[in-house]
Design a protein. Sequence first.
Length: 336
Amino acid sequence: MATVPGIDVSYWDAGIDWPRVRATGQRYVFAKATEGDFYQDTTFDENWFGAKSAGLLRGAYHFYRCNVDAKKQADYFINYVKSFNDNGDLPPVLDLESTDNTKKDKIISGVKTWLDRVEGAFGKKPIIYSGPYYLQDNLSEAGGGPPAWAKDYPLWIAQYPNQYVEGSQPFMPRGWLKWTFWQYSDKGKLNGFGANVSVDINVFNGALEDLYKLAGAQAIIDQPRTPQKHTVAAGDSFESVANKYGLTLRELIGANPQLLKTGDSLTVPVAVSIPAQSAGGGSASVSAAPKTHTVQSGETLYSIAIKYNTNIAAIAALNNLANPNNISVGQALTLP
């Protein structure tokens, strides 16, 4: 099953180093824009433009308040985000988490009002974000299933398993048959964020080309080109070289599994790039999603390296492991 990794952020994640985030293999971000009809996220513009400059797809989300007029909330989101939005951005998102002591029938009617109004403004069917129990309790009709219209919207499900394994599936609320995004953890640790910052980690259900189609961009795979060469200078790291050439660490280390030494000549591979053409023009270069491995009891970095036909140095560099002997059960490692 093909998936693509990505994150979502808000003011809690201020000060993000976006090139470093992209180098971990993330390919998209959803950023909080507004809440109710009274709050604009103070980091939205910084996240919005920072993600774009690093080559990530981006989308904006609105935290819905059920006790606030739905039309006012929709217009508040539209008026704020519309000036930032490009034709090649991901659809807007309605974030459903709180009931605000509101009755279910009012929640359902308000949600539909917001969705219709925002779709009319952006020309894209919004994404519904929520947890399975919220949807079952608050966006359901007699019999327990969702309103018939709800199935027409992409679903971004927030459901946290004890351990995420690549290829697994989220628990789905009754009557919902398909998910588009899955937020499987709110405790992720990624380069580009502060050491004490926990990040929401997601996967997209599909291939990279499918993700770009959802954003309204036509994906065209480039033909392979001749790799470049880079001579390692004092102070270079795999990360700094990858950022310089717009690569992920996985791509660079996969072409150069040796340790980095000053004077080495590195092969700089050509990223699998997809110029994303939209009605508004422009392009973006993206790369294939990285593989990951979740550390199991009794495993060592050496045994993992053997399993995936790589070496300890490559895995350590890709995951910023200062001590390759110090890995823990449940830790997610990105693989070259």
